[in-house]
Design a binder for this molecule. Sequence first.
Ligand code: 7TS
Length: 416
Amino acid sequence: MIAEPDARAARIAADFPLLAQPTSRGKRLAYLDSAATSQKPQAVIDSLVHYYTHDNANIHRGVYELAERATDAFEGARAKVARFVNAAEPAEIVWTRNTTEAINLVSFSWGLANLEPGDVILTTQLEHHSNLVPWQLLAAKTGAELRYIEVDAEGLHVLDDLDEKLRGVKLVAMSHVSNTLGTIAPLAEIIPRAHAVGAVVLIDGAQSTPHFAVDVRALDVDFFVASGHKMCGPTGIGFLYGKRALLDAMPPFLTGGDMIREVGYERTTFNELPWKFEAGTSNIADAIALGAAVEYLEHIGMDWVAAHERALTVYALERLQPFVARGLDIYGPKDVTKRSGVISFNFADIHAHDLASILDLDGVCVRAGHHCTMPLMDKMGWPATARASFYLYNTERDVDQLIVALDKAADVFKVA
Ligand code: 7TS
């Protein structure tokens, strides 16, 4: 008999129709790439179909019943996301396409208005390109300096020299959880110290929000960003949380319809929060479906999701252990309390892409490559890694399937 909590995960998997679909080779699917994007529960798929079947109209302008219904559902979804991350009010949630766009919004709007030559942006060596390239460009435009919190060989943040690193810092922009190594950042230590030097803090929550309870007020972050598609929601929708005082003071990013109050031929005044940052017709259906996704996650319980992923990670690390003698390198923090459900690895001298292709023959989906963290790969001296990542619907059976497929890969590539 399967032990709890695995049995619950197996029941949860039944909510995700795609997971029941065998591969073209007739293999059971073991989807271990949720760090790239999650699968969608039926409730989210139903939300999209329901919206287009019953409620579709443009928002914030119609006076007829249908348009009011669309507007209510859209703004209702914003309130659900605000509740999910414990924002003080829905107006502090701005819809974006994804994490990347939310970071660019802050970079262009807050960054260009607030940074001067000599100011410092502090980030880390773990960042996804989305939380790196915008700051490189902002630094080049403003004359600010980009500085890095270093990580050690396990991918843990080195904080010994944090006071020195924080000197002159106006913005700290860092990920909550690393998408490549799973490292959970010690934010409770970093954020108060960043605030003590007067810095604003942006946290990239793309890999945390889907996996454990996030409380933006308890963290005391200034900006927090995430993507809907990694948290059971659709692609094309994400959000920026910002403290009201900061968002209020920021100039608009994109301009045009819906974000204005009064437009004349000579001058324009802007709408209130959050609409000041939502130019043009919004991604209405996907925002509403993201609302359905967070309701689904709340119903399951984020503490359960976190505990399940931790248990599965421990199980996977145990099952992988015998391969270490055969040349398997497992990366990331050794202390499982400091890592999420992401396991990056390389096996003997098999290239990660070849390994991923062989695993795919057995229905096992893992990502291979640099995971959009090229500077980190360079620093660690890895050309690429294979990465298995877990979510609420994964079970020990998925891990077992990975183990069997790895064994086969060892045969194919004649690993001792
Ligand atoms: N930040 C982190 C920490 C991420 O993991 C990702 C996507 C992003 C930002 C960008 O998110 P987007 O929705 O704007 O694209 N990470 C991954 C990944 O690990 N594999 O595919 C996408």
